[in-house]
Write a protein that binds this ligand. Structure first.
Ligand SMILES: Nc1ncnc2c1ncn2[C@@H]1O[C@H](COP(=O)(O)OP(=O)(O)OP(=O)(O)O)[C@@H](O)[C@H]1O
Length: 250
């Protein structure tokens, strides 16, 4: 089956009929039920819903971090679950970036070393990896912190390092799960401004799980979940273009 739309464009992400069941002993929890979601290149899509509605499961399954029980997920025309596990891991390393609530930075590494890691793991020569990591840290407003370790950075700065790490390999999709969950509201605003700017100015496709209604209202597209299903798909803010440029945090 080809996921092309009627006008011939292929979405960047096309999930159809996705079902995910967690089994713990004799207990089964159906976390995703016949879920369909299509994301076009360059979209910033928020995912909201009550606790337990399946937001993290959606992120894990549609990014290929976790298996699915039924359905199909295509990213950039490739069927994630038709690949071998090794091919899916390889595809994920190249095509997906991740930002989690817990920053998951390596404490003994500097900011630059943390950011260059995904490049080194996918075979980029060290000198090029360092140059790209430094440029990416400058892009997120941390050019003056490249040699700092995570413990020497504020929470907002640490999250900006993880965003730099997620973006440095130019992934097709960045998946962010509650990226502002551990931050106070001023730092959360900075991180959201950064993600919005990277989406608008560089066309980075981002799927973002959030609990925060104020964040949801700022997003160009918002899907809501309940009981493992998508129950709405709205456009709270029109897509970029003609809107004032927000300044990058620095
Ligand atoms: N590893 C697991 N094993 C068993 N059940 C799980 C597992 N992970 C999630 N679940 C269950 O699947 C359902 C969806 O969980 P999920 O974490 O995706 O929800 P969520 O919307 O992200 O919730 P929250 O907002 O609280 O983080 C819940 O009922 C949860 O208890």
């Amino acid at each position: 089956m080809d996921s092309r739309t009627q006008d011939g464009h292929r979405p960047l992400l096309a999930a159809t009929g996705v079902r995910k069941v967690y089994r713990t002993g004799s207990v089964e929890v159906t976390a995703l039920r016949d879920l369909d979601l299509t994301v076009q290149p360059g979209e910033l899509v928020g995912v909201m819903g009550p606790s337990g509605s399946g937001k993290t499961t959606l992120l894990n399954c549609l990014s290929g971090l976790d298996d699915i029980d039924a359905g199909r997920v295509e990213v950039d025309g490739r069927d994630l679950f038709a690949m071998s596990d090794a091919a899916r891991t390889e595809h994920r390393a190249h095509a997906m970036g991740f930002v989690f609530q817990a920053f998951n930075l390596i404490p003994v590494f500097s900011a630059a070393e943390n950011v260059e890691l995904p490049l080194l793991l996918t075979g980029t020569p060290p000198r090029e990896a360092r140059a790209r990591a430094t440029a990416m840290l400058e892009r997120v407003g941390l050019g003056h912190r490249v040699g700092h370790r995570p413990s020497e950075l504020s929470g907002g700065e640490q999250q900006r390092v993880t965003i730099a790490r997620a973006l440095v390999a130019r992934p097709a999709v960045v998946w962010a799960d509650e990226p502002t969950g551990n931050l106070d509201s001023a730092m959360a605003d900075q991180v959201m401004d950064l993600l919005t700017t990277l989406n608008r100015d560089e066309g980075q496709t981002i799927v973002l799980v959030t609990h925060d209604e104020a964040i949801g209202r700022r997003l160009p597209r918002l899907v809501r979940m309940r009981d493992g299903r998508l129950v709405s798909d709205t456009r709270p803010r029109p897509p970029a273009g003609g809107t004032p440029r927000a300044e990058l945090v620095g």
